[in-house]
Design a protein around this ligand. Structure first.
Ligand SMILES: CC(C)(COP(=O)(O)OP(=O)(O)OC[C@H]1O[C@@H](n2cnc3c(N)ncnc32)[C@H](O)[C@@H]1OP(=O)(O)O)[C@@H](O)C(=O)NCCC(=O)NCCS
Length: 286
């Protein structure tokens, strides 16, 4: 049996990247080393070790007025011994001390843990996936929507556009993702005004598309019609279950792989303007 000490919650550093990546790979998750690095840069990650290796993690990214909780992972052999509860205690007390409302996107297994801790359901997401390029029918894509690379000054303009939609400032995260994979970062304008954007990144299992934010379904379709054919291998996108784009993506050959539940702690209100959020940045980033 593994020996560990649940009181030995410690902050993770760059030296833990290999151990953290091994844990997310063990769970079949899509994060890369760069994703873990981004999470540690934008927020803080914690871990518990046993016999010289990392066996449990959790992270918190402050997005005032929210604190995004992510990467709650416990290695198979160490489960059922209170490690997730202990790490959640750490990140939730940080959220409480900084006056932030804890929010997260839960797997079904995670939801069992968070419900007991006082989180409540606040929305449903589905992960759609496919192998090979997905082609959205151009449908009613309107000629007045201009699609351009998301780079240069457009990045800070997009961060400004995104703020009321997401419900918090995640400009540095969007900038980091857009710079990491410029080929998969697009902005949509109508009459020179920003009306949407989409960003993708390479994962360890698949290319992940998101966030995708758009004023309406036509803008979202125009962005994704341009973006999706650029992805050759496996593709995943986490969409709000009731968004109209879901049906269009399913018609383009994508299928539901699994679901997530958005959860908020306590009495916190809804996060942002969900009607404009087509796809999240991933359960690890919100
Ligand atoms: C979900 C996960 C993090 C739980 O880790 P864990 O260390 O086994 O959880 P804990 O032992 O701290 O359990 C905390 C509580 O949740 C309950 N719980 C944990 N997993 C459960 C499950 N699958 N079904 C029902 N209850 C569960 C425990 O009984 C415990 O209840 P208690 O506080 O009343 O005793 C772990 O199973 C895991 O890593 N799963 C794969 C990755 C994942 O889905 N992570 C969640 C991301 S949102």
């Amino acid at each position: 049996m593994l020996t560990y000490d649940v009181d030995m919650v410690r902050p993770l550093t760059a030296g833990d990247l290999d151990g953290a990546l091994a844990l997310s790979m063990e769970a079949g998750w899509n994060q890369t080393r760069e994703d873990w690095r981004l999470i540690m840069w934008a927020g803080r990650a914690y871990g518990i070790g046993a016999e010289g290796r990392l066996v449990a993690t959790a992270a918190i990214i402050p997005y005032p007025p929210f604190a995004w909780i992510a990467m709650v992972l416990v290695s198979g052999k160490a489960r059922g011994r209170g490690l997730a509860r202990r790490l959640m205690g750490q990140v939730m007390s940080e959220a409480r001390m900084t006056g932030l409302v804890a929010a997260l996107d839960a797997t079904p297994a995670g939801r069992n843990v968070y419900t007991k801790l006082g989180f409540r359901d606040a929305g449903s997401l589905v992960r759609l996936s496919c192998n090979g390029p997905a082609r959205l029918p151009a449908g009613e894509t309107r000629a007045d929507i201009e699609i351009a690379p998301l780079d240069g000054t457009a990045i800070s303009q997009v961060a400004h556009y995104d703020r009321p939609v997401f419900g918090a400032d995640r400009g540095p995260v969007i900038a980091s993702l857009a710079r990491r994979t410029p080929n998969l970062a697009l902005v949509a304008r109508r009459a020179s005004r920003i009306v949407g954007f989409a960003v993708g990144r390479n994962g360890s299992q698949a290319t992940g598309i998101g966030p995708v934010v758009a004023d309406d379904a036509e803008v979202a379709t125009a962005l994704l019609a341009r973006l999706l054919p650029r992805v050759a291998g496996r593709l995943v996108i986490d969409v709000h279950a009731n968004h109209p784009l879901r049906a269009r993506l399913e018609a383009a050959g994508m299928a539901v792989e699994r679901g997530f539940t958005r959860m908020l702690f306590g009495e916190g209100g809804p996060v942002g303007d969900l009607s404009r959020v087509v796809a999240i940045a991933g359960p690890e980033l919100g």
